[in-house]
Ligand binder design. Structure first.
Ligand code: 2M8
Length: 446
């Protein structure tokens, strides 16, 4: 199917837009969590839940805390927070790849319920802090007390088990761990993963039954996704000897920026609950230093992922490179360079934006305006970049981006992603993090 992207929605008042976002979140609420989308993603996703909690804190604070608590109930003994927590009430085939492919319950230290074995960017400590700021007393403080050890364990897992190169940065073992599944950033390391598209004949993809196949990753992408999952699963999702066993090993700028931002947030949470913020501050400093040392490319003036297997920086200039701006201690030299990159024709950030922020360099030959993370505009990424612009003293650009994002949702509704030229809504039409983050943007007038 090749549906032309259409504009839906068209909210003329901010009140109506906000109500639409709340209705979307309410419709996606499922006993103790919010599904990203009833059709495409009917289980619980890790970083979705963090973004969702940020929005829920404005309108359903009690649910914000339940959202995070339910996710962390699925934390593994080693501290990993799984990227999918499966709802056992759903039929087999409700999502692909489902529990039968992950077989998490065979792995050591996994919880009793089914989960994936991968992780996603650790934006949860930041989400907990922001939710607390929005809904502080008395439930908020209790929730922070309860979440703190789990958030610390999440960071410890990443520090102890995923620093494959020994350079202070976290390695992702699958593009799904980046959250930007088929970003051009991963094309080179993915090309080295042996797989054939034909293996997909043995499976039934769920995504292409609900979304336009031309917008989604290809069958060859999926064959490789499954090959990487199989390699990890066959080693019991054990992180020892990752360098020997995993075909995809990458240090991602967004994942590591989130990892550093988490230590900054944990320092603030520690201070609120009477714990010691010192070690968090020290780790935050180390992470920022490592990020600058290992992933900043002075030649391009942006951050690039590092392919740990090949021992080199990856060349694609995707929006991932802008996200270290969220680190408040990013040195001025790198922050200034990222602002130049953000304002360039590649990304077009401006005080008055004429087009949405794309997920990939719009001047690149492989920019694809319709295909998922290869061009379309996503609210969670814009939301992070906006925070970064505010943190580094660019309120005018931050406001331009905020207006652009609100305009997207006002024009098209709570879509999963948006056409980077026309702003037309794409993907799921009732997507939770879009709803949650537009609520936060509406409330956060600078
Ligand atoms: C997308 O990823 C899943 C796999 O985890 C998929 O394509 O099926 C990504 O957009 C990811 O960032 C997001 O968390 C997930 C659920 O919204 O969907």
């Amino acid at each position: 199917m090749t549906a032309a992207p259409t504009r839906t929605g068209g909210f003329t008042t901010l009140g109506a837009l906000s109500q639409h976002a709340v209705t979307t979140l309410d419709a996606n609420w499922e006993h103790d969590h919010t599904v990203p989308s009833r059709t495409l993603y009917p289980h619980q996703w890790s970083w979705d839940s963090a973004f969702i909690a940020i929005g829920l804190a404005h309108v359903r604070p009690e649910r914000a805390w339940r959202e995070l608590a339910s996710l962390f109930r699925a934390q593994w003994a080693d501290g990993r927070v799984p990227h999918i927590v499966f709802n056992p009430a759903l039929r087999v085939g409700a999502y692909f790849p489902g529990p039968e492919l992950w077989r998490s319950t065979d792995a050591q230290g996994a919880p009793a319920g089914h989960t994936s074995g991968l992780v996603q960017p650790p934006v949860h400590a930041l989400a907990a802090l922001l939710a607390y700021r929005r809904a502080p007393e008395p439930v908020g403080l209790t929730a922070l007390h309860q979440l703190y050890p789990a958030l610390v364990a999440q960071q410890r897992y990443l520090a102890d088990r995923r620093d494959v190169a020994g350079d202070g940065l976290v390695c992702i073992v699958h593009p799904w761990e980046s959250g930007l599944d088929n970003s051009p950033a991963w094309d080179d390391p993915m090309a080295a993963v042996p797989a054939e598209a034909a293996v997909m004949r043995a499976y039934r993809r769920h995504d292409t039954a609900h979304a336009d196949a031309a917008h989604r990753p290809t069958d060859l992408d999926y064959a490789r996704y499954l090959a990487i999952v199989a390699a990890y699963r066959e080693h019991g999702y054990d992180d020892r000897d990752l360098a020997d066993n995993q075909p995809f090993l990458v240090e991602c700028p967004l994942f590591n920026a989130a990892y550093g931002a988490a230590e900054h947030a944990l320092a603030e949470i520690a201070a609120l609950i009477g714990a010691d913020p010192g070690p968090h501050r020290a780790r935050a400093t180390q992470i920022t230093e490592a990020l600058v040392r290992r992933l900043y490319d002075p030649a391009t003036g942006t951050f690039q992922p590092r392919d740990v297997r090949a021992g080199r920086l990856l060349g694609a200039r995707t929006v991932l490179g802008l996200t270290p701006l969220i680190l408040p201690d990013l040195p001025t030299r790198q922050a200034d360079a990222l602002v130049v990159e953000a304002r360039s024709a590649r990304f077009g950030v401006a005080a008055r934006m004429d087009r949405p922020l794309p997920s990939h360099d719009r001047t690149a030959a492989d920019f694809e305006p319709l295909r998922y993370w290869r061009g379309p505009s996503w609210l969670n990424i814009g939301w992070l970049v906006r925070r970064g612009l505010l943190a580094h003293g660019h309120p005018d650009l931050a406001e331009g981006l905020r207006q652009s994002m609100i305009g997207l949702v006002a024009g098209a509704g709570c879509h999963e992603y948006f056409h980077p030229d026309t702003g037309a809504g794409l993907g799921s039409a009732a997507f939770s993090w879009t709803a949650a983050l537009v609520l936060d943007l509406l409330a956060d007038e600078e």
